[in-house]
Design a protein around this ligand. Structure first.
Ligand code: EPU
Length: 423
């Protein structure tokens, strides 16, 4: 068991460089198995989810090397291995193996995904999409069994009832090897979807329209290896920007694509955060007179649900009452009682989080309930007077590359402690 211990209240300053996007990496890595020769991914974050996916690929017979953020995947010896449970259950994004194994072998057995609990996270749209491509899908004892009904999946028109990142990517991953054309309507438009489509096209696929709400995919027989440089993590960037605004004394956030963060930056500007935005970096200056603002999360390009929790400590520093409504995951509120334990005036009323500021935070023992709640508690710990101990930090390590080192370089007093459990 690991825990993070923070001595808060320090002035933070300097530069931080953003790593590759977790939610892109977790799709690009399964996508690589569709190729018939090695795929080289550059800029891959060194996070637990990536290591879990590497272990899964190795079980299938892939040859992998991973160093200096370059991940080389040689899928030439991969075989079809049923994965009803085990490592596959440790992360949500393992559902992308449904799409890629279908494309590779016409069949897949994949345990139902784990990952962060943010309330119910169904996969009915993924299933609906696969069925439209001619795949028979059954759920047996918590694992999904998928089998192509005829020789090959058949392209189709698929309308997504709800805008879903995962379902859009998963259907795209399967459809690149289907016969004929697939059209995904009401597709999600996240930058990670464009990144996956770019990789697939570099591998020889024919995907058009990624980044809009209509994606057209013409199936191909074969996909080949390639080299792909992935996008930076807009959620990690947003987390450090929120930290810089709340606790920073001048922090430059480097390797950022501003266009991916427009709704978030607009919110920071509304709060009164002073920034200088350059081509691929954003400098956040110390700001005073911060104003409370309301936040409502939406699918991209709206305000990202993943940044709702990391923004909350900043809202605690503003004057007035802020209301947060998460329209994607209404139950993404488990950070609230932990922040209250640290002295925050914050509560949940119905589907709304109510934040009254400015709050003075003090150190406490808190528990990370999920990845972004963990990031929120790290920021709160850095702001608080005294010592904060965060438990369940495995969630944070799933998605934040070298977080301890990056924060230490900014002047934070933060360490990870491995607790030896009593026998
Ligand atoms: N939904 C359905 N049916 C489905 C799929 C989704 O009803 O079959 C609903 C969900 O319940 C949710 C909404 O559609 O209300 C959107 O969910 P989406 O499918 O877009 O979420 P996801 O693909 O499972 C990804 C990210 C999440 C991020 C969401 C929303 C990955 C691996 N995960 O999840 O990231 O919160 O999109 O943008 O890409 C995180 O990074 O901390 C994280 C949880």
């Amino acid at each position: 068991m690991k825990k993070i211990v923070i001595n808060g209240g320090r002035s933070l300053t300097g530069e931080v460089t953003i790593s590759g996007a977790k939610n892109s990496a977790v799709a690009l890595i399964p996508a690589a198995i569709l190729a018939n020769s090695p795929v080289i991914l550059e800029g891959v974050p060194d996070i637990q989810d990536v290591h879990s996916l590497i272990e899964i690929l190795e079980i299938m017979g892939a040859k992998i090397t991973f160093s200096n953020n370059v991940l080389e995947i040689d899928p030439t010896e991969i075989v079809s291995v049923p994965m009803p449970n085990g490592k596959i259950n440790s992360l949500r994004a393992s559902y992308y193996f449904m799409g890629t194994l279908l494309g590779k072998f016409g069949e897949a057995v994949v345990g139902l995904p784990g990952g962060c609990y943010l309330g119910p996270r169904p996969i009915d749209l993924h299933v609906k999409g696969f069925e439209a491509l001619g795949v028979q899908v059954t759920n047996e004892h918590g694992a999904m069994y998928l089998r192509t009904e005829s020789d090959q999946m058949q392209g189709n028109r698929i309308f997504m009832d709800v805008v879903s990142v995962g379902a859009t990517i998963n259907i795209m991953l399967a459809a690149v090897k289907a016969k004929g054309q697939t059209i995904i309507e009401n597709a999600a438009r996240e930058p990670e979807i464009i990144d996956v489509a770019t990789l697939l096209n570099n591998m020889g696929a024919k995907v058009r329209g990624a980044g809009t709400d209509i994606i057209r995919i013409d199936g191909v027989e074969e996909l080949h290896g390639c080299r792909h440089f992935m996008i930076p993590d807009r959620i990690e960037a947003g987390t450090y920007l929120a930290l810089a605004a709340a606790a920073g004394n001048g922090i430059k956030v480097k390797n950022v694509i501003f266009e991916h963060l427009e709704s978030f930056i607009a919110k920071l500007q509304e709060i009164g955060v002073k920034m200088k935005i350059s081509e691929d970096e954003i400098e956040v200056y110390p700001s005073t007179d911060l104003k409370a603002v309301n936040v409502m999360t939406y699918p991209y390009p709206g305000f990202a649900t993943d940044l709702q929790q990391p923004l909350t400590p900043l809202l605690l520093m503003t004057s007035g009452t802020a209301e947060i409504i998460d329209t994607i995951y209404a139950k993404r509120v488990n950070h609230v009682p932990e922040l209250a334990r640290m002295g925050a005036d914050i509560s949940v009323e119905g589907n709304m989080i109510i934040v009254n500021g400015p709050s003075k935070l003090h150190g406490a023992e808190v528990v990370a309930s999920d990845l972004r709640a963990g990031a929120c508690l790290v920021i709160a710990g850095l702001l608080a007077e005294g010592t904060t101990t965060i438990y369940n930090v495995e969630y944070i390590l799933r998605g934040y590359d070298h977080i301890i080192e990056k924060l230490t370089a900014l002047g934070a007093s933060i360490e990870m402690i491995e607790e030896v459990e009593a026998e």
